[in-house]
Design a protein around this ligand. Structure first.
Ligand code: FE2
Length: 274
C-alpha cells in the first residue's frame, strides 16, 4: 500500500474549477477544453528546448549511447533495436547515466512553468516521468500490474496527493494511435469518497461510464488536467510515442508528507528562476 498523507484535506470540485478558471484568465497560452482540463500551447523556443533536453537524456539512457536524432530514435524503438532501462510503465529510470539529463530536464520544465504562469500557483512539482511508450505492450504481464497505466485510473488511487494537476506533454512520435484517453471526473468520485489510495485500479472498476473526452491530440500541444480526471494509456497498433508527465501541487497544499512520487518544493528550486 502506498504511503500517503491521509489527513490532507480533499480539494472540492469548485476549488479545482476555480484554479483552472483563474489560470486560463492569466495565461493566454492556456485554453480550457473542459472546466478541469486545459490545452497548453508552448512558445516555440520553449518546446524546442524541451525536445532538445529530452533527446539528450534519451540518448544517454541507451546502452551504448544512442547516436542520431529523434526520428532515428523513434525508428530504432519501433524496430526493437534500443537497449534502454525503463520501468514496466515505460518510464526512463533515473540512474548515474541519466541523472545529469534529468536535472537539465527539470530545469527546462521549471522555466516553462514560469512562462505559463503556473509556477506562481503551485507549491511543488513531482520528478518528471519521461516515457517511451511502444506501440504494443511489453508483455501481457506488464498490463496486469496493480497500477498499470493502461487501466482507467486516477493517480490518487496509487498514492499521489488528492489535489494534483497533471501536465502531460506529447513530445514526438505516434500520439494519435499510441495515445491517452481522458475522462471527465464522475460525480461519484467526490460524493462517494473515491479520492483516496486503493490497493489496485480494479477496485474502482465500473466507476467511469462516460466516453473519453474529445482531445484531438498533437505533438507539442500539452494537456493540463486535474488529478480527479480518470485516464489511461491506449494502444491502437500504432508506433512509439515519447511523452513526459509531471504532477503539480496547487497552492495552498504542500508536499509535507511522503507520497508515491517524490516532489520538489518550488521554494527550493526557485533559485533556478530568479
Ligand atoms: Fe496516471
Amino acid at each position: 500500500m502506498p504511503v500517503v498523507n491521509v489527513n490532507s484535506p480533499i480539494m472540492t470540485q469548485e476549488e479545482r474549477t476555480q484554479w483552472y478558471r483563474e489560470l486560463a484568465a492569466a495565461a493566454s497560452s492556456i485554453r480550457l477544453i473542459h472546466p478541469l482540463v486545459g490545452s497548453v500551447t508552448f512558445a516555440a523556443e520553449d518546446f524546442r528546448g524541451l525536445q532538445h533536453a529530452v533527446f539528450h537524456l534519451l540518448a544517454e539512457a541507451c546502452t551504448p549511447r544512442f547516436e542520431g536524432d529523434l526520428e532515428a530514435f523513434l525508428a530504432a524503438s519501433d524496430q526493437h533495436r534500443l537497449s534502454i532501462d525503463t520501468t514496466p510503465g515505460s518510464v526512463i529510470k533515473i540512474s548515474y547515466k541519466t541523472y545529469a539529463g534529468y536535472t537539465r530536464l527539470h530545469h527546462q520544465i521549471g522555466q516553462i512553468l514560469k512562462h505559463l504562469r503556473i509556477l506562481e500557483r503551485i507549491t511543488a512539482m513531482s520528478l518528471a516521468n519521461l516515457r517511451v511508450v511502444a506501440g504494443e505492450a511489453k508483455t501481457p504481464d506488464t498490463e496486469k500490474r496493480a497500477y498499470a497505466t493502461s487501466k482507467t485510473h486516477i493517480d490518487v488511487w496509487a498514492g499521489e496527493p488528492n489535489d494534483i494537476v497533471h501536465l502531460w506533454i506529447p513530445l514526438a512520435g505516434d500520439v494519435e494511435r499510441t495515445t491517452m484517453d481522458l475522462f471527465a471526473p464522475p460525480e461519484r468520485l467526490f460524493t462517494e469518497g473515491w479520492l483516496r489510495p486503493l490497493d489496485n485500479y480494479e477496485a474502482a472498476e465500473g466507476l467511469v461510464t462516460d466516453p473519453p473526452l474529445d482531445l484531438n491530440l498533437s505533438i507539442g500541444r500539452a494537456l493540463l488536467f486535474d488529478g480527479s480526471c480518470p485516464h489511461r494509456t491506449r494502444r491502437m497498433q500504432g508506433a512509439t510515442r515519447i511523452s513526459m508527465d509531471v504532477k503539480l501541487l496547487r497552492k495552498p497544499f504542500d508536499a509535507t508528507t511522503q507520497f508515491a512520487s517524490s516532489y520538489l518544493a518550488v521554494e527550493d528550486i526557485g533559485v533556478w528562476f530568479s
